[in-house]
Write a new protein. Structure first.
Ligand code: PMP
Length: 428
């Protein structure tokens, strides 16, 4: 496959956009080569500017659970757009999507809509701090909660109590309030609580990590966090930006039977338009302006196009018979096929998967946290990525990302992908 026009477009873009992109991971920096420029997409397929058709395993990094240009979502947006694209006033639509989201997700009584996952997580932490009157938060190395200052704290050894910024521009003052813990290590979290008595407002966690590849929570880990938060008067924030409306109707909370105090959403909840949200029980949400003292606002929050897309998406998910079983079956089928091909080729690997989140790590040791995620062989990943791209298969251009499976994929697409993995594996 040729990517001539994409290369030209990237060169042009690089003149006017930093790195040629508006979000860094799109730039193919960790795999090399030039990014593919999308022209259009439908169902499970992307069509690029060179006329190639790619089977898409990124799906806009998660939102397109039902495939690209999903008809009910597209129609809802077009119809809404004809009636005005933004009012800065309340609309009935916002209540409608709020009611539906609250009915699907356990343990939440009020929800506020924002414009991105970053905003949702940033606001959730502010709310937790305001509610508990405490400053510090615990975040896990390898988890990503958006690009807000408090979250851009580098992974370090578990012994590090105070974080160091990994992005210039994040002040030491901010970094010192983010305590780093090892994913799947309850003792580590317990010792942070002991060393910071009555100072920790909240734990924020991806209940299934998807930003160091896919890393599932080990048995008892989330339950243990719930107990530690209760014991120490801290709030548990589940960042369900990836997992929400993907792992089940009620997200990871429902899947694992554990209730968080605050839940954040993004991706699927907007059906591909810029939407995020955070939600909690009344006692917590009533702390938010205009009811309470914690301030949070947005000119375009609850935007009618975004809400129309989100509502159409959630309505479909809510009534889509067998959706989550199909996603599980398709992803399990893909996992089995990939395993077989990699084993046949003698490639060293680990596959992690929860529902329709899956990732391939090029190391045979279990991947349970950021340190073990970093063991993967990046050179193999690069070859794997570019090999698949040549076969017309688009996975995330980084070893630390999850594949997002869409219901639009057919078993033919999956068989094609598995065969391509076999071809590429033979070259590794
Ligand atoms: N939380 C998680 C778990 C995410 O995966 C992401 C984005 N990948 C975010 C938050 C930030 O969302 P956004 O990019 O919409 O700001």
């Amino acid at each position: 496959m040729l990517y001539t026009r994409s290369s030209q477009l990237f060169a042009e873009a690089s003149e006017v956009l930093p790195g040629g992109v508006n979000s860094p991971v799109r730039a193919f920096k960790s795999v090399g080569g030039t990014p593919i420029f999308a022209k259009e997409a439908k169902g499970a397929y992307l069509y690029d500017e060179d006329g190639n058709r790619l089977i898409d395993y990124i799906n806009s990094w998660g939102p397109m659970l039902l495939g690209h240009a999903y008809e009910p979502v597209v129609t809802a947006v077009i119809e809404k757009a004809k009636k005005g694209t933004s009012f800065g006033m309340p609309t009935e639509l916002e209540t409608e999507i709020a009611k539906l989201a609250l009915s699907m997700v356990p343990g939440i009584e009020k929800i506020r809509f924002v414009n991105s996952g970053t905003e949702a997580c940033m606001s959730a932490v502010r709310l937790a701090r305001g509610f508990t009157n405490r400053d510090k938060i615990i975040k896990f190395a390898g988890c990503y909660h958006g690009h807000s200052d408090s979250f851009l704290i580098q992974a370090g050894s578990g012994a590090i109590t105070f974080g160091a910024p990994n992005s210039p521009g994040v002040t030491q003052g901010t970094a010192k309030d983010t305590l780093l813990a090892r994913y799947n290590d309850l003792d580590n979290v317990r010792s942070l609580f002991e060393a910071n008595k009555n100072e920790i407002a909240a734990i924020i966690i991806e209940p299934v990590a998807g930003n160091m590849g896919c890393v599932p929570p080990q048995e008892g880990f989330l339950k243990g966090l719930r107990a530690l938060c209760d014991e120490h008067g801290a709030l548990l924030i589940f960042d369900e930006v990836m997992t929400g409306f993907r792992l089940s109707k009620g997200g990871a909370q429902e899947l694992f039977g554990i209730n968080a105090d605050i839940v954040t959403f993004g991706k699927v909840i907007g059906g591909g338009l810029p939407v995020g949200a955070f939600a909690a029980r009344n006692e917590i949400m009533n702390y938010l302006a205009p009811l309470g003292p914690v301030y949070q606002a947005g000119t375009l929050s609850g935007n009618p196009l975004a809400m129309a897309a989100g509502l159409a998406m959630l309505q479909d998910i809510n009534t889509n018979e067998g959706l989550f079983e199909r996603l599980e079956q398709k992803t399990a089928y893909l996992e089995k096929g990939i395993r077989k091909q990699l084993e046949k080729a003698g490639v060293v690997f680990t596959i992690n998967r929860v529902g329709s989140m899956i990732s391939v790590h090029f190391d045979e040791r279990p991947v349970v946290d950021f340190d073990t995620a970093k063991n993967g062989d990046n050179e193999s990943f690069k070859k794997f990525f570019h090999g698949l791209l040549q076969e017309g298969i688009y996975i995330a251009p980084s070893a630390y990302e999850t594949w997002f499976i869409t219901d639009a994929l057919t078993y033919e697409d999956l068989d094609f992908t598995i065969a391509a993995v076999g071809k590429v594996a033979a070259t590794l």
